[in-house]
Design a protein around this ligand. Structure first.
Ligand SMILES: Nc1ncnc2c1ncn2[C@@H]1O[C@H](COP(=O)(O)OP(=O)(O)O)[C@@H](O)[C@H]1O
Ligand SMILES: [Mg+2]
Length: 452
């Protein structure tokens, strides 16, 4: 029996300390260090150690064998496309998202789709009873004999059951509710969540099972789990959407078996999630082109751009410190853009409240949106609508310069496909692509002058 020692583990980021600290030096979280008894690595299950070691030999890269992944469709087309053509045997995916976003719904529908195609699916829920899962499955029209449901939270029993049933697919909903009896900390703590994921991953790899693990996150994308698990699993899927809206976006954040940055869009209905094959048409459908403060932006973090509507609302502030709020866009980035507009384009915002919204609940985390946010803000300040056929993208530098962004050609193509023939882009993009309909600008002030 190995020696047990007391360590303090940050429940946010997994940082370990020999003594208690009020503030985590790694992530800056307050009161996040929790006392845990940690058994040394020697007592970790052998399985975990086997999985951690790849037991390969060093070889010259020219003699490496090419392994072709055998893919099979899940049957949900937009999902398969986003993953690069379907699922892979032994692939472990983490589906992270806020509570209530629709993770269980999606996975139950996915389970049904796979079961219908003859695959044996084991759906393990630590959150719901078999009856609750049954009622949901009935509502979603997802009943099938190949879909086996199991309500359990003890990892050791889950492992035994998986070995016994040898399913093709395992769903674990959610990683925060399952615990191993070998650890003393409670379910949902960083050590438990990590142990559960390691062991489920090892089990899946050894038995060629395709596995989906659900991880809850809070608004800040944290709380014991998803962040510390990302490096263990093969694929990380992030499920996003606005509360109260029906759009749901599944983003492929990491993918060892295909491209990352792709996304699948769904619509939540009472019958479950419906695929949205043309997300651009969907996201721009409710735009009011007669109003100031709205502009179209071709967004992409992968290879397939989607058109989004960027909205801004600027009005005189009644507070000493004006408000800056943004939905779907980094608020720090917004402050920088407002500062650049003031310095480089004479748009004064220091006594005004500024609100920015990306319609549809998409979280945009790429610099191409800068020019669109700047233009939408300027349009709202001036109360002048932007021509309906305008689309814009480009990164904004601190001196007001407009910079090239990746996948420019694909963005232009998607905008034109939907009739946005008046494309305002960084000068370098216009020179590179030499297409009609493209207007290149090297500075934000030039762009604003041309528009207004
Ligand atoms: N009876 C119902 N009728 C219609 N929609 C429902 C019903 N129950 C749940 N939903 C929808 O499903 C969502 C919850 O999805 P769920 O898959 O349980 O989320 P998660 O697993 O991510 O916590 C709700 O926000 C709601 O939109
Ligand atoms: Mg759920």
């Amino acid at each position: 029996m190995a020696k047990e020692k007391t360590v303090y583990i940050c429940q946010n980021c997994g940082y370990k300390s020999g003594r208690w600290l009020g503030r985590c030096p790694e992530c800056g979280g307050w009161n996040t260090l929790i006392e845990s008894k940690e058994t040394s690595i020697k007592t970790k299950s052998r399985n975990v150690l086997n999985f951690l070691s790849q037991s390969g030999k060093p070889v010259p890269i020219t003699q490496a064998e090419e392994v072709q992944y055998i893919r099979f469709p899940s049957g949900i087309k937009v999902f398969d496309n986003a993953l690069g053509g379907g699922l892979v045997k032994g692939q472990v995916s983490l589906i992270a998202g806020e509570p209530g976003i629709g993770k269980s719904t999606l996975l139950l529908q996915l389970s049904h789709s796979l079961a219908r195609n003859g695959r044996k699916v084991l759906y393990i829920s630590g959150e719901e009873s078999v009856n609750q899962i049954y009622l949901r499955a009935k509502r979603l029209n997802a009943l099938n004999d190949n879909l086996i449901v199991f309500s359990e939270t003890l990892l050791e029993r889950i492992e035994d059951t998986v070995e016994e049933l040898s399913p093709d697919i395992v769903i674990l909903d959610s990683v925060q509710t399952v615990f191993s009896a070998e650890l003393e900390s409670s379910a949902g703590s960083v050590s438990q969540v990590r142990e559960v994921t390691y062991r489920i991953t090892e089990l899946s790899k050894r038995n060629d099972i395709t596995t989906f693990v659900v991880g809850h996150v809070n608004k800040e994308g944290q709380i014991a789990g998803p962040k510390v698990l990302e490096h263990i699993v093969d694929t990380v899927l992030q499920f996003e959407g606005e509360r109260g809206s029906f759009y749901r976006i599944l983003k492929v954040v990491k993918n060892r078996f295909g491209p990352s940055g792709e996304m699948a869009v769904f619509k939540m209905t009472s019958l479950g999630l419906e695929e949205v094959p043309e997300p651009s048409a969907f996201f721009i459908s409710e735009r009011n082109t007669e109003r100031a403060g709205t502009v179209i932006f071709p967004y992409t973090e992968g290879t397939k751009p989607v058109l989004l509507e960027v909205q801004a609302l600027v009005l005189p502030s009644v507070y000493a410190t004006p408000q800056r709020r943004s939905e779907g866009f980094n608020p720090n980035r917004l402050s920088i853009i407002l500062a650049v507009l003031e310095k480089e384009a004479n748009i004064f915002l220091r006594d005004k409240d500024v609100f920015v919204n990306i319609v549809g609940g998409v979280e945009v985390d790429e610099p191409g949106i800068d020019a669109a946010v700047a233009l939408a803000v300027a349009s709202s300040v001036k109360n002048k609508p932007i021509l309906p056929n305008v689309a814009v993208f480009g990164e904004l530098g601190l001196t007001g310069e407009l910079r090239n962004v990746y996948f420019a050609e694909a963005r232009v193509k998607e905008a034109k496909r939907f009739g946005f023939n008046n494309l305002l882009v960084p000068k370098s993009v216009a020179e590179e692509l030499k297409e009609e309909n493209l207007k290149g600008f090297s500075h934000i002030s030039e762009l604003l002058e041309a528009v207004f």
